[in-house]
Structure formats: structure tokens, C-alpha cells
Write a protein of this length. Structure first.
Length: 290
């Protein structure tokens, strides 16, 4: 129960009395009572429902709402932000949050390469390149070459997590990484190229298919002139007409006369008859008159 040493209306800022009634933390309850008497931390002030913090180049302000419970939370948060004040209860809650967070994450100094996230790996590779550049007096091109070789080795799985040794939260050595004549490479004897295993049966099948294609190509080809003559003879037998090879053939057209020469066939586009769909300007129909 909040005890008052004088009537509420005699306080300079009586609204802070109402705020104090909704606070369970004794520390902040006492601070609200001091604010009710017009006492605030250094550079903090209150005027016309607005709490203020004076800065060298201006003033930071925040309005306080009419709800005493919400107003108390706003005032406490504002004072914490600009003064760093906190109660014992606040410190205990912060310590619990830190412990719970630390339990979810493993310290970087205790991690191995396979435990790291992608962004952490990129950061450590960049730091490793900086350290090697300083130690070996590398230029920017050689530094980029170092990073590229490491990243390509990881992408192609030539480098695995066992070959990247870490100590104290940083890369201390990469097995198989060599430097020769100003260029970084991966030693093939320590970091060999991975070759995929091939099924022997697949090789036999491929050889058989290749043999079939080779035999098919070796067969004598029919001369082009004979093919045209065969087609002409077939059509002549069907139509019982002597056919001169046409420019094109029109089938199932009642207006087409077989005796008509190909030079007499006129194709004319009726320009005035084409239309555009109102729903799509890409669809267009064209009629042909012969």
C-alpha cells in the first residue's frame, strides 16, 4: 500500500502518484514519488504531460498517455534509456536473459568449422586472409586469390571441415593450402579432386548404342533424286495424272483443280477483313481468297 505524507493535490506532479500505484518494484515506486514532488535525475524534466531529456544540441521529448499503467512504463523506459538507471529486479531479469541466451549459443572460441553458420564462415575466411596478407606482405590481388581458392575448395567439397583448423575463435591453419610463386593453390596430394564412380554396365550400354548408331550411318544412303522420283511416281499412280513437282500441295480443297498450273494460283490477303480481339491485341485472324 502506497503511503502519502501529504494530500495528493499538494504534490507538484500528482499524476506520478497514480503511476506509482501500478508499480510493484519498490525502487521505481520511490522514483515516481520523487517525480511527484518535482525531483528528477540530472537532465531529466517534466512539463505539461511531456517528459524531457536535455542534450547538448537539443531536447528529446516523449508524451505521457492518460492511462497510469502505460504512463508508468513509458517514464521508466525513458529514464532507463537516457540515464542507465535500473533496479535490483531489473538487473536480475537482465542476468536471466543473458544466461538463457548464452545457453542457446556456443561461444565462438569453442566452435569448430562445422558448427559455424555461413555468415560466420565468410567472416572468419576474411579475417584469415587479412592475417595472412599482413604476415606474408600480400597485395590485394594475392589476397583475393587466397579467398577465392578457399571458397572454391569449400564449394567443390575438396576442403572439408576437418582440414580447416580453428583455435581461439579463428582459423589457424588450412591443410592442403600451398603458396608457390605468388599464387595460392590446393595441393592435389592432400586435397585430391573427387571423381564420381561410374557403373560398368552403363559403359557397356553406351558402347552398344554407339555401335548401333555407327552401323546405321554406314548403311548406303538413298540418292535424293531417287527419293523425289519415287514420290512423284506414287502420286502419279494415285491421281493417274502426270505431275510436275508443285510449289506446294493443297489437300481437300473443293475449289482446287489439279489441272491448274501452280503459276495460276494466287494467294491474296483480305486486308480489310482482319480483326483484333477487344481482350487481346495479340490475336489476329486473316482470311485468304484464292
Amino acid at each position: 500500500m502506497l503511503k502519502l505524507d501529504k494530500p495528493v493535490m499538494e504534490y507538484k506532479n500528482p499524476e506520478f502518484i497514480e503511476m506509482a500505484r501500478y508499480i510493484t518494484d519498490e525502487y521505481w515506486q520511490q522514483k515516481m514519488m520523487l517525480a511527484a514532488n518535482g525531483k528528477f535525475p540530472r537532465k531529466i524534466s517534466y512539463r505539461n504531460g511531456e517528459i524531457r531529456f536535455r542534450k547538448p544540441n537539443g531536447m528529446t521529448t516523449e508524451m505521457i498517455c492518460d492511462d497510469p499503467s502505460e504512463a508508468a512504463a513509458i517514464v521508466i523506459k525513458f529514464i532507463k534509456k537516457f540515464t542507465g538507471l535500473s533496479s535490483a529486479t531489473d538487473n536480475q531479469q537482465s542476468l536471466k536473459r543473458i544466461k538463457s541466451t548464452s545457453n542457446r549459443y556456443k561461444p565462438l572460441s569453442e566452435c569448430v568449422w562445422k558448427d559455424l553458420s555461413k555468415s560466420s564462415k565468410i567472416m572468419l575466411i576474411d579475417r584469415y586472409a587479412d592475417e595472412i596478407s599482413v604476415h606474408m606482405s600480400l597485395n590485394s590481388i594475392q589476397r583475393c586469390n587466397l579467398i577465392k581458392v578457399i571458397q572454391c575448395g569449400l564449394t567443390s567439397s575438396r576442403l572439408n571441415h576437418n582440414q580447416i583448423q580453428m583455435s581461439g575463435g579463428k582459423i589457424c591453419k588450412i591443410d592442403g593450402l600451398v603458396y608457390n610463386s605468388g599464387v595460392f593453390t590446393l595441393d592435389p596430394s592432400e586435397v585430391p579432386y573427387k571423381q564420381e564412380s561410374v557403373d560398368r554396365r552403363n559403359i557397356i550400354d553406351l558402347n552398344a548404342k554407339y555401335s548401333e548408331r555407327r552401323d546405321a550411318k554406314s548403311k548406303p544412303a538413298v540418292p535424293l533424286g531417287s527419293m523425289v522420283q519415287n514420290i512423284t511416281n506414287y502420286l502419279s499412280a494415285k491421281l493417274d495424272k502426270t505431275i510436275v513437282t508443285p510449289t506446294f500441295i493443297i489437300l481437300n480443297d473443293p475449289d482446287f483443280d489439279i489441272n491448274t498450273s501452280s503459276n495460276e494460283i494466287n494467294i491474296k490477303s483480305d486486308i480489310d477483313n482482319w480483326s483484333i480481339s477487344p481482350d487481346s491485341y495479340d490475336s489476329m485472324s486473316t482470311s485468304f481468297d484464292r
